[in-house]
Design a protein. Structure first.
Length: 329
C-alpha cells in the first residue's frame, strides 16, 4: 500500500525553483508514495508577492498528480457533524444543505487548483484581497510566549487545565461557568461557540468565520445549538473526546506548543496545515522548528498522526535528492 505523504510549502518552493518536478515524480513512484495536497498549502504559495518565483512554485505543486484534499474547514466541520449525529441529534437540520456542501467542496478540490494553474497572477490577487488574521494570531502567540517564559509554565498541552471568571467564561463559551477543565476542551469548544454565535455584522465577524458557518450550517441548525448553552458546554467540557475531533485538537495543540519556541510569522499557516496530519503517514519539511513542534504534538496525540521528518537542505545538494533521503529515513 502506498504511503501517504504531505510536503510542506517550503519543499514545493525548492522544487519549483530547482525545476525538478519530473524527478520528484520518479522519486515518489520509486518509494511508493501517494502525495496528499492540502488546499491551504496552495493558498500559502499563492501569497508569495514575487511573481516569478510564485509561478514556479505553483507550477510545481500543480504539476504533481496527488490527492487534492478538501479544505480543513470542511474536514473539521465533518468531524463535528459526526459528533452531533451521535450526541446531539436534535441540533441537526431537518434537511442538510448538500448543494452548498457540493459547491464549496468542488471549489476547494477542483476550482482553486485550476485557477492557480491557468492564472497564478490573477489567483494571487484574489487570495490577497481576502481577510487574513495571521498578524493578529502572531501577536497573541507572542504575548502568550512572554507569559509562559515569565511564569516558567512549560507543560504538555494534554496536561494543561484552565479556569476563568464566570462572566469571561460565559463570553468564551455559553454554558461554561469557568470551572477548571482541560484546555483543549475550552479551546475547541469556544472556537465552535464563536463561529456558531457570531453572525454577519456582529463584532468579530470575518471571512474565516463565515467559512466555518457555511460548513457547519449546512448540516446543523446553529440557532438550536446555541439556544441551549448548558447542553453546548456539557458536550465540549464533559462528553467529547480528542479522537472525535482530531483535526481541531491538532490545531489547538500545535498553536499552544508553538509558544514554547521562537514565534515565527508562518505559525498560523503551520497550525492550519496541521489539521491534515491525520490524513497522512509522513510529513516532510525543511523547517526543523516546525518538525520539533509537530513531534511534540504527535507524542501527546491519542490518535494516529503523520510522522514529521526534517528534509536536510544543504547548499550543493539537489533539493529533490534531499527529499528522497528523508523518505528512506
Amino acid at each position: 500500500m502506498a504511503r501517504k505523504v504531505i510536503l510542506d510549502t517550503n519543499l514545493w518552493s525548492y522544487i519549483g525553483d530547482e525545476g525538478s518536478v519530473h524527478d520528484l515524480r520518479s522519486i515518489l513512484a520509486q518509494h511508493e508514495c501517494a502525495v496528499m495536497l492540502p488546499p491551504s498549502m496552495l493558498i500559502e504559495l499563492l501569497r508569495n508577492p514575487h511573481a516569478d518565483s510564485r509561478n514556479k512554485h505553483i507550477s510545481a505543486i500543480c504539476g504533481i498528480r496527488g490527492r487534492r484534499l478538501a479544505s480543513e474547514a470542511q474536514l473539521c466541520a465533518e468531524d463535528f457533524v459526526r459528533v452531533v449525529k451521535r450526541r446531539r441529534h436534535e441540533w441537526l437540520r431537518s434537511v442538510a444543505d448538500m448543494a452548498t456542501v457540493a459547491k464549496f467542496n468542488y471549489r476547494w478540490t477542483k476550482e482553486w487548483w485550476s485557477w492557480a494553474a491557468s492564472d497564478p497572477d490573477g489567483t494571487h490577487s484574489l487570495v490577497m484581497s481576502g481577510y487574513d488574521p495571521s498578524a493578529e494570531i502572531v501577536t497573541v502567540q507572542r504575548d502568550n510566549r512572554a507569559n509562559r517564559l515569565r511564569d516558567k509554565f512549560i507543560v504538555d498541552y494534554c496536561d494543561v487545565r484552565v479556569s476563568s471568571e464566570p462572566k469571561e467564561a460565559t463570553r468564551a463559551m455559553g454554558g461554561w461557568d469557568g470551572t477548571k477543565t482541560e484546555a483543549w476542551r475550552v479551546d475547541v469548544g469556544s472556537s465552535y461557540w464563536f463561529n456558531m454565535s457570531t453572525s454577519r455584522g456582529r463584532p468579530g465577524y470575518s471571512g474565516p468565520v463565515q467559512t466555518n458557518r457555511d460548513w457547519i450550517g449546512s448540516y446543523i441548525d446553529m440557532r438550536s445549538a446555541i439556544a441551549d448553552p448548558v447542553s453546548f458546554a456539557t458536550l465540549f467540557l464533559e462528553e467529547l473526546t480528542p479522537e472525535e475531533v482530531p483535526r481541531d485538537w491538532m490545531r489547538a495543540a500545535v498553536a499552544y506548543t508553538q509558544t514554547a519556541t521562537k514565534i515565527g510569522l508562518g505559525n498560523p499557516r503551520d497550525e492550519q496545515h496541521s489539521a491534515y496530519l491525520v490524513d497522512a503517514d509522513i510529513f516532510l519539511s525543511a523547517d526543523k522548528r516546525l518538525v520539533d513542534v509537530l513531534n511534540e504534538v504527535r507524542r501527546q496525540a491519542p490518535f494516529s498522526v503523520a510522522e514529521p521528518r526534517v528534509v536536510e537542505i544543504h547548499g550543493a545538494v539537489r533539493k529533490v535528492d534531499a527529499i528522497a533521503t528523508a523518505l528512506t529515513a
